[in-house]
Design a protein around this ligand. Structure first.
Ligand SMILES: Cc1cc2nc3c(=O)[nH]c(=O)nc-3n(C[C@H](O)[C@H](O)[C@H](O)COP(=O)(O)OP(=O)(O)OC[C@H]3O[C@@H](n4cnc5c(N)ncnc54)[C@H](O)[C@@H]3O)c2cc1C
Length: 354
């Protein structure tokens, strides 16, 4: 089949890569391998992202996490396997981690609860202000920019799609004909099809990259997810003594400018959890737009015959890339219910019938 994938972030690139062996695939994007995927933190962390009420997301994330080692091996990509530490600063933060631990235990995923001193024995970078935490060995992490380089797709048309309809993608002044269109334009997907107009929205996130300087303390070995007076912050180690610190979360439309307040908050909270970062260099501040959906689950499936959607991955697009790419391949091959929880009909039915 002739397939056009609109959007070349991690989702569009993974889908194109999975479909390419069996289909004639074109990818359309004015700036591929950028978007939220370039900005992201790189955690593959369904367990520490989990929260009561989001059971489907936990199950989907866990299933995709299980596929990551094989997916990464196919791409020759290294995964960080040291796991995650969730760290609580005050009593209320510790209470939130208790809720998470109980929720996980009830789902058969017991995690180790540790006091502050035990946490520092496991992860010496954690500061004395942290009172307790959880050790979550199964979570993974990766370098998202290296992932995008490895997913690099040769058949890219550098253009912006104006609209999508069955059998055609409209560009400025030309039309690409095809059998199947896959809308994978992240936060911008809502503009491409009427069924998506109110189903997907941009959710802004700011993130920092730090680098250890000579004589500064070493970065953490684990991914550290802190709760500081109820404000979440995470620190993800990278090769070369780099540390990614994220992330703010705002509903701010398509504003993607980094703010002073966002950078200040991230540094303030991160330093409470890992004090050694005060001696690090600040090498990058960036903002990206996550594709939010109303129930935080992605939309993967048919919008109408010939038009597929794969978006709405919100905070978990890297994590969910393997399961999304496999699902799109299966759907194109005729399996309509590869990820039932992600069926777009749940969010688009009302819009399309009104
Ligand atoms: C600060 C931050 C931290 C994050 N951390 C993590 C994390 O640790 N783990 C995780 O799993 N997820 C994380 N996420 C979420 C993750 O980045 C997203 O879910 C994921 O990148 C979504 O990928 P995507 O391909 O759908 O969208 P994007 O990466 O945004 O790509 C969309 C692409 O569509 C293109 N496009 C837009 N409009 C058009 C058009 N009209 N025609 C053609 N192309 C178009 C854009 O140019 C872009 O390349 C984070 C996000 C942010 C912002």
């Amino acid at each position: 089949m002739k397939v056009v994938v609109v959007g070349g972030g991690v989702i569009g690139l993974s889908v194109a890569w999975r479909l390419a062996p069996a289909h004639d695939v074109t990818l359309v994007d004015p700036a591929p391998a950028r978007g939220a995927s370039w900005v992201a933190g790189g955690m593959l962390a369904p367990v520490t992202e989990a929260w009561p009420g989001e059971e489907d997301l936990l199950d989907l994330g866990t299933e995709s996490l299980d596929r990551w080692p094989a997916f990464a091996a196919e791409l020759g990509l290294e995964l960080y396997t040291k796991g995650t530490i969730a760290a609580a600063v005050d009593g209320a933060d510790a209470g939130q981690l208790d809720v998470l631990a109980e929720f996980l235990a009830a789902r058969g995923r017991a995690v180790d609860r540790l006091g502050g001193r035990e946490l520092r024995r496991v992860e010496p970078a954690i500061g004395p202000g942290v009172r307790s935490g959880l050790l979550v060995p199964g979570d993974l992490a990766l370098d998202n920019r290296e992932l995008l380089r490895r997913l690099d797709f040769p058949g890219v048309v550098r253009a912006s799609a104006r609209a999508v309809r069955p059998g055609a993608v409209e560009l400025d002044g030309s039309t690409l004909g095809c059998d199947v269109v896959v809308i994978a334009a992240g936060a911008w997907s809502g503009a491409l099809h009427p069924a998506l107009a109110s189903a997907v929205r941009p959710v802004k996130g700011e993130i920092l990259r730090l680098r250890r300087r000579p004589n500064a303390l070493p970065p953490p070995v684990h991914t550290v997810r802190g709760l500081v007076e109820s404000r979440p912050v995470y620190l993800v180690p990278r090769a070369g003594d780099e540390l990614v610190v994220g992330a703010t979360q705002y509903e701010a439309g398509f504003d993607d400018e980094v703010t002073v307040g966002g950078v200040r908050d991230l540094l303030m909270y991160a330093e409470r959890v890992v004090p050694g970062i005060a001696e690090y260099g600040l090498t990058e501040c960036a903002a990206g737009l996550r594709a939010g959906s109303r129930d935080n689950l992605p939309l993967v499936g048919w919008l109408e015959p010939g038009v597929l959607v794969a978006t709405g991955h919100h905070r978990n697009g890297l994590l969910l890339a393997p399961i999304t790419a496999d699902a799109v391949r299966a759907i194109v091959a005729g399996d309509p219910s590869s990820i039932p929880a992600a069926d777009p009909a749940r969010l688009t039915r009302r819009t399309t019938s009104s």
